[in-house]
Design a protein around this ligand. Structure first.
Ligand code: HEC
Length: 93
């Protein structure tokens, strides 16, 4: 679970799919699921979240009140929680 302001939107909007890897969603905690996706870099991943990925990933991950910075922080946290440091994209810092 991410801390602070991210906990609530994660719990309410992302966890139902990404917590367990429902319907092909990359599961948080699975390095295997995230390794190839993370190579796209944080900006591209976040753009995909904003647009959604048909058919199963809703636009903005379903969190319509989340601004882009919040979505980016959620994506960064998902990667952090899933991949060892050396496999994270440089863009994540
Ligand atoms: C209804 C289920 C569902 C919800 C809710 C959901 N996702 Fe997803 N997400 C998916 C699925 C399925 C995929 C894989 C789509 C694909 O690659 O075809 C995905 C993919 C992603 C990816 C990878 C994008 C890429 O370019 O590879 C990220 C990042 C992501 N979701 C973040 C989030 C965030 C952040 C939230 C909450 C704000 C969220 N998702 C909510 C189902 C969901």
């Amino acid at each position: 679970m991410p801390e602070g302001a991210l906990a609530q939107p994660y719990q309410q909007h992302c966890q139902m799919c990404h917590g367990r890897g429902v319907a092909g969603a990359p599961r948080v905690g699975s390095a295997e699921a995230w390794a190839s996706r993370a190579t796209q870099g944080l900006a591209t991943l976040t753009a995909h979240v904003v647009q959604g990925i048909a058919p199963a990933m809703p636009a903005r991950g379903g969190c319509l009140r989340c601004d882009d910075a919040t979505l980016e922080a959620l994506v960064a946290w998902m990667i952090e929680a899933s991949l060892p440091t050396e496999q994270r994209s440089k863009e994540e810092g």
